[in-house]
Design a protein around this ligand. Structure first.
Ligand SMILES: NC(=O)c1ccc[n+]([C@@H]2O[C@H](COP(=O)([O-])OP(=O)(O)OC[C@H]3O[C@@H](n4cnc5c(N)ncnc54)[C@H](O)[C@@H]3O)[C@@H](O)[C@H]2O)c1
Length: 266
């Protein structure tokens, strides 16, 4: 219950999905949470849920692609709770209708994906670092994706920028490890959030399921639990790492589903 007691955690994109689950779980472990989101009503709703469960939360409106807005969100966190121990650079994504294959990619969408996933991670970290260092180190948890680990037929920008988030994670860990700062990333596989539900054409969810070793898709809490671990001192010797949480999707040979037919009937 007290794994994050006394800590303050700022989570971007905490108005929905995985970020909302992470805010609730971190609060349950004793953290004061800064619920930073583009959508003011969404941030307020997450903060209300956290407070209803007995936690402390500050809703903050932020555009993570904007330097001044990100600086203001970090400043608000420090003003309200007196410091910062955990930063989750969680916002990300791309529009699968515009982020297509290389020849049909909308270049504006490419720029948006860079800003939303990569620039945001860089900006959030730059503004939080002085506070993390003065709090004795702290932990940064970035959100990558399995899409950054493999090639795909669509969303060429998304895969590339999530791969960049993994590399940023390692460089931040190396550059600021000597000052006690840890930086790790999570790579979710298919997780049932509003983003996934609303953006995928019919039938894609079933095909994702067929790719998993486990017979189910992830929940926002499945990723949130890992974020709690990476935020907490339990992971104090872990830095510069990527934790893949994907139901076995990337562990499995693409041939595996077909090869099941080679097994004798049970
Ligand atoms: N859902 C999945 O299956 C999945 C898989 C792999 C990785 N991810 C990653 O997880 C993260 C969040 O995904 P989710 O599924 O929880 O999404 P979501 O859509 O449920 O939540 C995203 C939140 O980010 C906020 N947001 C969007 N743009 C913003 C901006 N410019 N500034 C501040 N806030 C902004 C939205 O208002 C929303 O509340 C992303 O980085 C995504 O790439 C998700």
């Amino acid at each position: 219950m007290d794994r994050l007691k006394g800590k303050t955690a700022l989570i971007t994109g905490a108005g929905s999905g995985i970020g909302r689950a992470a805010a609730a779980l971190m609060s349950r472990e004793g953290a004061a949470v800064v619920v930073a989101d583009h959508h003011p009503a969404a941030a307020e709703e997450t903060a209300r849920l956290v407070e209803e469960a007995g936690g402390r939360a500050l809703p903050v409106t932020v555009d993570v692609t904007d330097d001044a807005s990100t600086a203001a969100a970090v400043a608000a966190a420090v003003r309200e709770f007196g410091g910062l121990d955990v930063l989750c650079n969680h916002v990300g994504g791309s529009d699968p209708r515009k982020d297509l294959d290389l020849l049909r990619l909308d270049l504006d969408e490419f720029d948006r994906a860079v800003a939303l996933n990569m620039r945001s991670t860089l900006l959030g970290t730059r503004h939080a670092l002085p506070h993390l260092i003065s709090a004795g180190g702290g932990s940064i948890v970035n959100t990558a994706s399995v899409a950054g680990l493999v090639g795909d037929v669509v969303q060429i920008s998304y895969g590339a920028v999530k791969a960049a988030v993994v590399n940023l994670t390692k460089s931040i860990a190396v550059q600021y490890g000597p000052r006690g700062v840890r930086c790790n990333a999570v790579a979710p596989g298919a997780v049932m959030t509003p983003a996934l539900r609303d953006n995928l054409p019919a039938g894609v969810v079933e095909s994702l399921l067929a790719c998993n070793a486990l017979p189910y898709l992830g929940s926002p809490e499945d990723i949130g639990h890992a974020m709690v671990f990476l935020a907490s001192d339990e992971s104090r010797y872990l830095t510069g790492q990527l934790l893949v949480i994907d139901g076995g999707m990337t562990a499995q040979s693409p041939a595996a589903p077909g090869r099941r037919a080679m097994l004798p009937a049970a």
